[in-house]
Design a protein around this ligand. Sequence first.
Ligand SMILES: *Cc1c(COP(=O)(O)O)cnc(C)c1O
Length: 358
Amino acid sequence: MPRMTTDEIRRTVGRFPRVDLIHLPTPVRKLENLTAALGGPSIYIKRDDLTGLAFGGNKSRKLEFIVRDMLDKRADVVITWASLQSNWCMQTAAAARKFGLKPVLVLFRTSDLEPGYDGNLLLDYILDAEIRIREAPGGKVVKSGQAMGILEEAAAEVRAQGLRPYLVPVGGSLPRGDMDKPLGAISYVNAFAEMMTQMESAGVRVDAVVHSTGSGGTQAGLAVGAKALSDHCRVVGISVSDPQGPFSRDVVEIARATDDALGLGLDFGPDDAIVFDEYIRDGYGVVDREVAEVIRFVFEREGIVLDPVYTAKAAAGMIDLIKKGYFRKTDNVVFFHTGGTPALFPYRDRIVEFLSKK
Ligand SMILES: *Cc1c(COP(=O)(O)O)cnc(C)c1O
């Protein structure tokens, strides 16, 4: 038996204050053509790419809670970091500007993308964010430990101007910096409850949720929601950057912190963090033929655009798992579209290269 009802979860999350930033609930639809093309399971999509802040995405759900915390802590400037074409940084900059804070973004170059004003970087520029571009050591995605030093430098400069900085970790996931609660993950507990309400009213039992996972907050929140509201729903994260072992530990850490913050008293172990890392393929942000073909496959059949860094890799993973028989044909699988579409355009050359030759 599920431990709680969707109303109880939504009331519990409702005790955490948030700003009004996005359009909820995001729609859920069955992907009839994709389901038919693959011969089952039944595939549904939760459109978190349609949240409405800038071009939408999972980060805007998180930011409703995180921006409230920034305002409560009387911050003037928000400082964060991620990769050059980061959705998180662009969404943070957009939310910060709307609420009168100045965004400072430390952007690391991880792939061979040029730092031209395109995709999210163009949007950061239009928002007049302060942009500091750095080379990522070894071209690898930069972790909290490495980045916090650079962020502290920026924070000291802000303080010297008599302003108050708010340091927030990549993705708004791990409770670090000035974000002392896992506010991003808390927003995804709510997202799971929202999706369950929609699926219950459509009379559909949910057997699995599949999504792209990067800094772990989305997965941790969904996993907490699943544990509270379902006795069998699996939450499957398709990693775009980190290997399964260390990454599952991050997800479990965030899930436990989320459970504590909400006072749910659930118990989280490594089995609750299902992560597949084989779809990272050539690395974070590296587009190959399969990624390009999946973007075309889904766009042609459903009119839905995936991004090459996150959602296309997650869709490629889901389709491969379906082909390998990981799901039953009678299962109902919900794919969370987590956004990221502005990052399609900076990858134009590689996408055209792979789609033009057969
Ligand atoms: C950040 C991001 C993710 C991963 O979410 P996390 O909470 O960082 O794991 C997935 N998809 C898109 C488009 C993202 O921008």
